[in-house]
Design a protein around this ligand. Structure first.
Ligand SMILES: Nc1ncnc2c1ncn2[C@@H]1O[C@H](COP(=O)(O)OP(=O)(O)OP(=O)(O)O)[C@@H](O)[C@H]1O
Length: 227
């Protein structure tokens, strides 16, 4: 079974003056545990593709099946997404004045009988991602951009998602820092056996991909990794 399976997908938007076709009769699939990397020129539809896989925007035609589920048939899309998908972008979704650890434990009351277990889990994830005791107890706004993105990654891993979608998560970082964040993300995903679809043109990530695609002329073309 494919974790992501798009068949004959058409997606178009009207920008007010004309119709823009992003994909036409496009097919794309990713197997369980794989790392698929997607690149493409600006505004070719990379973010829209991840949004479609996360059931945030439907195709105009064709089928989108994710984790064995026809997305058009899901009634509670938000719940389904929270349960199954980890979405990582460079836009912060955490609360700046809370500490990293508090952000990871958000929504779990301290008197919940699982709180201590969850706290331990949060600490383990943060240590794995390179946080120290001190930095995990620092408010988010006191951290570097690199640490803030790693905190977002940690929050996603707290939900143990089967599928991780990452949309240029390190766009705002320098080459070296960006590579480090992506590498930590991939190492952790591999350990959790999550399937990953990442939009990135970082060559060190492309070289580790199981499959590598370029979004071009309304199609996802599979490319040889030797670029
Ligand atoms: N909800 C929408 N309504 C109208 N047009 C949209 C909508 N979402 C995306 N588009 C258009 O679709 C095109 C592709 O957008 P998308 O963000 O998916 O591309 P991208 O490849 O991720 O771009 P970038 O490389 O700049 O991040 C753009 O022209 C964008 O304006």
């Amino acid at each position: 079974m494919y974790v992501v399976d798009l068949k004959n997908v058409l997606k178009r938007f009207h920008d007010g003056t004309q119709m823009k076709v992003l994909y036409d009769n496009m097919n794309f699939h990713v197997s369980e545990g794989e790392l698929a990397v997607i690149t493409g020129r600006k505004e070719s539809g990379k973010s829209t593709l991840l949004n479609m896989i996360a059931a945030m925007t439907p195709p105009n035609k064709g089928k989108v099946n994710v984790l064995g589920q026809d997305l058009l048939q899901i009634k509670e899309r938000h719940e389904w997404r929270l349960k199954n998908i980890g979405f990582i972008t460079d836009e912060g979704c955490l609360i700046p004045y809370l500490t990293v650890k508090q952000n990871l434990l958000l929504g779990i009351p301290t008197d919940d009988r699982n709180f201590m277990k969850k706290e331990q889990e949060a600490e383990n994830i943060l240590v794995e991602l390179g946080f120290t005791e001190e930095s995990m107890n620092e408010s988010l706004e006191g951290l570097s951009s690199k640490e803030q993105i790693l905190a977002t990654v940690a929050r996603v891993f707290m939900t143990n998602p089967r599928l991780i979608l990452a949309d240029e998560p390190t766009k705002e970082l320098t080459g070296k820092e960006g590579k480090e964040v992506l590498q930590r993300l991939l190492d952790f995903a591999r350990k959790q056996k999550s399937t990953v679809v990442v939009v990135s043109d970082d060559e060190s990530i492309i070289s580790q991909a199981d499959t590598y695609f370029i979004l071009e002329e309304c199609q996802l073309l599979e490319k040889n990794k030797a670029i």
